[in-house]
Ligand binder design. Structure first.
Ligand code: NAD
Ligand code: DAU
Length: 350
């Protein structure tokens, strides 16, 4: 059985990827390596945790000796690296944690792979999952980020992700480590930690709490349903060219304020409230420091080379997502109360 190591598999995108890989590839042993920070939630994976081709390992990617030991113990042949500190607002408050995990953690994994794989990289692959934020911000002029857009990160989060991308490319150019990188736009869908815009606002609407819109709400994001992102990762992992970068995005730009109004409308309807009831919760608050104006991804390369395209229209995806959070209020309550953090001890008897 070929072992694929997925880091950050207890997080939002990672849990969707682990589920897809475990179900789709019984011939792979999927090892999910996660430190279980506040963002790691093993209840996201309840449905697959007993599958014979799945193993969970609690570990910190910054622990280099442990990473080497894990590569050796499981005979890891491929890695899909998602583990990261991922929230921009947290990076503004505590940049050190972002440099530590996103930069030093990625370097620790690269070095472990290089040492354990030795001189023979045949059949090996290091796939690094990154973000469109490394490219900086666009004006409202119809332009897009392409794979060759110059890196110009603004937040400590995006600076740390940019740095990790550079290390991945450096290991390819210096040591011939087989690598692939993808840079994706904003994801939405089930199991996203409710500090990010969409789940935070759904939860606040449900509890009649204020909806804090940063600045004027004019900022634009390009939203992609998380299952479409992990389908793209699967495709790139198996069919993408070694040494290449692929942009992933849905050609789906929304001004924050317009998106919020759509969410309010759908959530009110699904909660049985009169249309527009929750619009009064919209509250303009001081802007995020260094707030990037606009992100927009051109994913033509991924479409033309590998035939990928998003499967869901946004209207369908956002309604499906809001329905999921309303139907899974227990999940939201467990996350907001902190109860989910006890699941690992209960499940693994430690
Ligand atoms: P997330 O915050 O939901 O999950 C991150 C996971 O990494 C958590 O399970 C956490 O416990 C784990 N982790 C953190 N530090 C760790 C460490 N030191 N060692 C081991 N595990 C650790 O993040 P997400 O939104 O699922 O993002 C996953 C990846 O995708 C990140 O690399 C992020 O930069 C990238 N990305 C995210 C988006 C998005 O919209 N969310 C878009 C593009 C790219
Ligand atoms: O573009 C990809 C990136 O998308 C990922 O790399 C990051 O990991 C992910 O967190 C996300 O970053 P954003 O900063 O764009 O996502 P967030 O959900 O935090 O914010 C989306 C937009 O909404 C952004 O313009 C800020 C705004 N916002 C956010 C929050 C949490 C608000 O107006 N109010 C809020 O309370």
């Amino acid at each position: 059985m070929k072992t694929i190591l997925i880091t950050g598999g207890a997080g939002f995108i990672g849990s969707h990827l682990v589920r897809l890989m475990v179900n789709k590839y019984p011939e792979y042993h999927i090892v999910n390596l996660d430190k279980l920070t506040y963002a790691g939630n093993l209840t996201n994976l309840k449905d697959i945790e007993k599958m014979p081709n799945y193993t969970f390992v609690k570990a910190d990617i910054c622990d280099f000796e442990r990473m080497k030991a894990i590569f050796e113990q499981y005979n890891v042949e491929g890695i899909i690296h998602l583990a990261a500190e991922s929230h921009v607002d947290r990076s503004i408050k505590d940049p050190f944690a972002f440099a530590q995990t996103n930069v030093m953690g990625t370097l620790s994994l690269l070095q472990a792979a290089k040492i354990v794989w030795g001189d023979n990289f045949e059949g090996k692959l290091f796939y690094h999952v990154s973000t469109d934020e490394v490219y900086g911000a666009l004006k409202n002029d119809g332009s897009f980020f392409v794979e060759t857009t110059r890196y110009n990160p603004h937040s400590p989060y995006s600076a740390s992700k940019a740095s990790s991308d550079h290390f991945v490319r450096a290991f390819h150019d210096t040591y011939a480590l087989p690598v692939k990188i993808s840079n994706c736009s904003n994801n939405y869908g089930p199991y996203q930690f409710p500090e990010k815009l969409i789940p935070l606002f759904i939860n606040n609407i449900r509890h009649n709490k204020p909806l804090p819109v940063y600045g004027t709400g004019e900022n634009v994001r390009d939203w992609l349903f998380v299952e479409d992102h992990v389908r793209a990762i699967d495709l790139i992992f198996h069919k993408g060219k070694v040494g290449e970068t692929y942009n992933i995005g849905g050609f789906n730009e929304w001004r924050n304020i317009d998106l919020i109004k759509v969410m309010v409308k759908i959530t009110d309807r699904l909660l049985g409230r009169a249309e527009g009831t929750s619009e009064k919760l919209i509250t303009f608050v001081p802007d995020r420091a260094g707030h990037d104006l606009r992100y927009a991804i051109d994913s033509t390369k991924l479409h033309e080379e590998l035939g990928w395209e998003p499967s869901l229209q946004f209207e369908e995806g956002i309604e499906k997502t809001i329905k999921w959070y309303i139907a899974n209020q227990d999940w939201l309550d467990q996350v907001t109360s902190g109860d989910y953090m006890r699941y690992y001890e209960e499940m693994y008897h430690v």
